[in-house]
Design a protein around this ligand. Structure first.
Ligand SMILES: *Cc1c(COP(=O)(O)O)cnc(C)c1O
Length: 378
């Protein structure tokens, strides 16, 4: 039998994307401006139910602009979830600011409120009141939104909500991406929808959206010539890419259902297997798009399998899997930066594995994955 590689989270086109790209060609809107961008932004705003969306060329650019809009400058301190993709933290460095990393809580794998408050109090004591908190909805599971918001309000520190992995997730019925003072999305190739590479920033006013676009298009002041008084960036999304996004929005709900069905498949399969737990929402206030389903493999399990052995066995069968994000405070790049908390993130990193979760994964593929585990268990 011919085996095909099973990817972790490959792109999944809906069908109308090429038609919208064709429209861009037919009307010659081959530029970072045009009707696909407008349509894509409007459909995101409609989907989220609140907020003003500006489409950008990456999620990382959205985080960078978010920090700029929140007034983060050189020498400022920014608190950031340690367990995340490096794109959450790199823009802090772009601004010449100083990242301070925070441990995860066991329930959501996101910001631990206790470690976060400890960091805020300690940094204030040192005369470095943090300028922003970067909170992430890892793998689509919302962070503890109530607890983090309370702390942000008590200490008067804005939240930059990294919702790159959480389009379609919600908390108490409100969509992720709309909880922060600024929110961001990514439409990279592996995300729940893709524009082949892209992102968006979500603001809570039309004026702030306008300001984001101003910075994203070289900070051109109102004049007949090119007048500049601020540093500018080239961060706007292309109208061609936005055509892909427009088509993808039409199938977002379907993709979300598929990802959640895959998560359910894994949950049922691993339920009876000692030593392996599937990461899931803590209670029904949380709704996850289950962008990636992740498992924890307890080093003490009846089958004596290790995370690395499982990964190796999957690779042998041409199945892609991936360890969890390596926490930022353990990265060589950030070895000088402060860290608050204990070893929750580090332990998750040692034991965790992301399994194939793409919305186009077939039942046959899921059974092939299951087969690898059955074989490992003897
Ligand atoms: C994908 C991702 C980003 C940014 O993605 P881009 O590749 O720049 O679009 C940011 N944060 C997290 C947590 C991500 O997973």
């Amino acid at each position: 039998m011919q085996k095909n590689k099973i990817w972790l989270s490959p792109p999944h086109m809906g069908g109308n994307e090429q038609q919208y790209i064709q429209e861009a060609f037919d009307t010659n809107w081959i530029a970072p401006i045009g009707p696909n961008i407008d349509f894509f932004e409007q459909s995101l705003e409609h989907y989220l139910g609140s907020g003003y969306v500006a489409a950008l060329n990456s999620g990382t650019a959205a985080i960078h602009l978010g920090l700029i809009l929140l007034g983060v400058q050189s020498g400022d301190t920014v608190l950031c979830q340690s367990m995340t993709f490096s794109a959450s933290a790199n823009p802090i460095l772009y601004q010449g600011a100083i990242p301070v990393f925070i441990d995860s809580e066991a329930e959501t794998w996101n910001l631990c409120p206790i470690a976060l408050e400890e960091a805020i109090i300690d940094q204030i004591k040192k005369g470095k009141k943090p300028k922003a908190i970067i909170a992430v909805h890892l793998y689509g599971i919302p962070y503890n939104i109530d607890a983090i918001r309370v702390l942000a309000d008590i200490y008067g520190i804005p939240i930059l909500e990294d919702s790159a992995e959480a389009l379609g997730s919600s908390y108490k019925g409100q969509k992720c991406g709309t909880f922060g003072d600024i929110g961001i999305f990514s439409f990279n190739g592996s995300k729940i929808i893709t524009t082949s590479g892209g992102g968006a920033i979500v603001t809570n006013s039309a004026a702030l959206k306008k300001k984001a676009i101003f910075y994203a298009t070289q900070s051109k002041e109102d004049a007949i010539h090119y007048e500049h008084s601020k540093i500018g960036y080239t961060y706007r999304m292309s109208n061609v890419c936005a055509g892909i996004g427009r088509g993808q929005m039409e199938v977002l709900e379907k993709h979300l259902e598929s990802r959640r069905r895959i998560h359910q498949f894994y949950a049922v399969f691993f339920e009876g297997i000692a030593g392996i737990t599937v990461h899931a929402v803590p209670d029904d206030r949380y709704f996850s798009n289950y962008w990636l389903t992740a498992i924890l493999i307890d080093p003490i399990n009846p089958y004596q399998m290790t995370r690395d052995q499982v990964m190796h066995a999957l690779t042998e069968e041409d199945i892609e899997s991936r360890p969890l994000w390596k926490p930022m405070h353990l990265q060589p790049l950030f070895k000088e930066n402060a860290y608050y908390g204990h070893a929750v993130a580090a332990t998750l990193f040692e034991q965790g594995l992301c399994l194939p979760s793409g919305s186009n994964l077939s039942d046959e593929a899921l059974n092939r994955i299951k087969g690898v585990f059955l074989q490992l268990m003897g």
